[in-house]
Design a protein around this ligand. Structure first.
Ligand code: ATP
Ligand code: PRP
Ligand code: MG
Length: 281
């Protein structure tokens, strides 16, 4: 039985369960349930605080987990990223009042409030900077207003919280985070883990790509195929109409409208886009 940690609350919780459902796994029926057994797939899901997940996986008590890259770094436990799950994206940044601290070189000697001391201390140590890191549980943007800190280091998504607190970003992101699947460093490979990985990768591909189908005169096939090379090669089938072929290929969702315009200009017609619900490449 594979034992997997899933965030029980917060930004990552809903999208993590959604992704597992799309990969064919059973998820809890009630958001207060802490365990869910998926007997058919031989998996038991444990719903835990995302901050604790790297600890459970690093100790080997659970086989795999879904958490944020920033939380994994912060925990400093012997767990590693297996695959980027492409949701829960955010940057992790320093911020301060305008015209107080304006570059990371000035962080030395400052009081830095954060709920991620592991991330901040690692960053400072890598640059040989010494600062007073104040660990808070959340709402750290208030720490400057209340005189507890000079600088905050926190997750930034839209930047609205920083703006409301009258703070401005200092320097480049400390790290770019997103949800990741993690396992213990040195964990042996297993058929069950490989299957889960293939399923999640299938969901990632199904989300990133769409299926494009169109008809094109056969003498334009080489140019059309160059626009839609697919993953391996486009599928070309014959049409009843003489001199025309039907083509099918996967294309990136983000690029599909540009490609459709170019295909149309080239002379392709009956250009259709369909979603992919699942796949194994
Ligand atoms: N807008 C966001 N706010 C907070 N965390 C975010 C956001 N977007 C993505 N994340 C990611 O979610 C993880 C933090 O989740 P966590 O559940 O600890 O906090 P939360 O979503 O703010 O929930 P809570 O209500 O408990 O504060 C981190 O990996 C972080 O990078
Ligand atoms: O850039 P934004 O879109 O404003 O989002 C980032 C903010 O959201 C989160 O706070 P949350 O509301 O979860 O409160 P918390 O600090 O108590 O976790 C995070 O800690 C930032 O404060
Ligand atoms: Mg929060």
């Amino acid at each position: 039985m594979l034992r997997i940690a899933i965030p029980n609350k917060g930004t990552l919780s809903g999208p993590a369960s959604q992704m597992l459902c799309e990969a064919g796994y059973r998820q809890r029926a009630d958001s207060r349930d802490l365990v869910c057994l998926d007997e058919a797939n031989g998996v038991e899901f444990f719903y835990l605080r995302p901050r604790d997940i790297a600890t459970y996986v690093g100790s080997g008590d659970l086989d795999l987990g879904i958490t944020g890259r920033d939380l994994l770094v912060d925990a400093g436990s012997p767990a590693e990223e297996v695959v980027d799950l492409d949701f829960g994206g955010a940057t992790f940044r320093f911020a301060a009042r305008p015209e107080t601290v304006s570059s990371v070189d000035e962080l030395g000697g400052q009081r830095i409030a954060t709920a991620y001391p592991g991330v901040v201390e690692r960053y400072l140590a890598e640059r040989g900077l010494k600062a007073d890191v104040i660990r808070l549980d959340g709402a750290v943007e208030n720490a400057v207003r209340l005189g507890v800190a000079d600088v905050v280091a926190d997750v930034v998504s839209t930047g609205a919280t920083l703006r409301q607190a009258g703070l401005v970003i200092i320097g480049e992101p400390i790290l770019r985070s997103s949800a990741v699947l993690i396992r213990r460093v040195g964990a042996p490979a297993s058929a069950q883990t490989d299957q889960l990985l293939r399923r999640l990768q299938g969901v990632l591909v199904a989300r990133r790509y769409v299926m494009l189908a169109y008809n094109v005169p056969v003498d334009l096939l080489v140019q059309a195929s160059a626009l839609t090379p697919g993953i391996e090669s486009p599928t070309v089938s014959s049409l009843h109409r003489n001199g025309w072929v039907a083509v099918q290929a996967m294309v990136l969702r983000d690029e599909v409208h540009r490609i459709m315009d170019e295909l149309y200009d080239l002379g392709a017609r009956a250009i259709l886009v369909t979603d992919i619900h699942a796949c194994r490449l």
